[in-house]
Write a protein that binds this ligand. Sequence first.
Ligand code: APR
Ligand code: PHB
Length: 404
Amino acid sequence: MKTIKTQVAIIGGGPSGLLLGQLLHKYGIDNVILERVTGEYVLGRIRAGILEQGFVNLVREAGVEQRMETEGHVHEGVIFSVQGKDTRVDLKGLTGGDVVMCYGQVEITQDLMQARVAADLPTYYEASDVQPMDVKSNTPYVAFTHDGEEYRLDCDYIAGCDGFHGVSRQTIPEDVRTEFERVYPFGWLGLLADVPPCHEELIYAKHERGFALASQRSPTRSRYYLQVPLTDKVEDWSDDAFWEELKKRLPPEVAANMQTGPSIEKSIAPLRSFVCEPMQYGNLFLVGDAAHIVPPTGAKGLNLAAGDVATLLKIFRRVYEEGDKACTEQYSEIALRRVWNAERYSWWLTSLLHEFGDEAGDSAMDPQMRDRFMTSEVNYFLQSEAGRKVIAEQYVGLPYEDLK
Ligand code: APR
Ligand code: PHB
């Protein structure tokens, strides 16, 4: 058994773990990342492409912003198309200057990985049997196997950044943990293609045939989504069938000018709202998808993870710079306030913009009546400036809370 030592052990080398690791390094806090798969595998996962201002600021604070600044595109607005009527939500105007950055999360992950290599920070890829141990004690450690050898990673704290299926959340005893979950009765079929975007800003479309989203990665790469029944298989959808259906759901003038082409990637993702409370147990802290999942409507997944990272960074800085260990107690409470806000927003946008068919959504009422209410609600919010402001200030992201 090999013993190694660090200050913060990070389980999971996805975007959450990498961002936390890079920021801790900036402030002189040692960390080791343990990742179950290879770096190439991590980069192969398809992600969304909208970064909130807070996330962008963290990437700058980590010193990894160079490529994002040149290749990313600032979006000052977003379009909502409801049953044929388009409304632009002027993010910048309605929020007093806030915008979002369109830059692929896969690109950010790659930039963070490269920065980690350049700084020569320790990462164990293909680490197996990773297990947080003695997390309630003052001497926690993480046991794992690497290259056939057993390791013990002694540390002060463990950051569980290991996603929804990771081991960290399971380490919190069931009688301490409460999990909230809603699985939606549909999925998103996503298609990536090397064609110019159909519109300069994102279009979220509510249509009687189902929701659609026009997004983008660059001036030459587009990302589109269609709401599909959970019973659909990706093999059921040829590229032609996808484009044809997409054109029916997007505004006609946009569809008429849309460039189509062969897909680079096509997959179906289920939609889920999930929260685990609390987000800490002893010296173990859950970060990102390990603690919460949002449906993608509103692109809050990674942005929410960034909020957790920001809070945990403030805590670790106070611990190591000021010796205040008691401040760690604040993590879950602060993180969960932001989590529930984004969960509510993502659930709300999902409810407003999707077709639930014979399902009554989250209400006990007749499905058709619910549908009338949702259509009325989304139209009301879009035609009222106050309503658009409510949509905008949450779309750009609520501010990060300070420690007490
Ligand atoms: N040991 C080590 N690593 C693990 C383990 C384990 N037992 N289980 C999972 N992992 C790794 C996964 O292989 C993955 O690379 O943890 C990482 C978790 O990454 P993500 O699932 O991407 O979660 P996170 O980093 O929190 O990213 C947040 O942003 O795009 C959004 O919601 C989307 O998942 C995304 C989120
Ligand atoms: C994406 O570009 O993949 C994307 C954008 C916005 C969303 C979801 C996904 O709300």
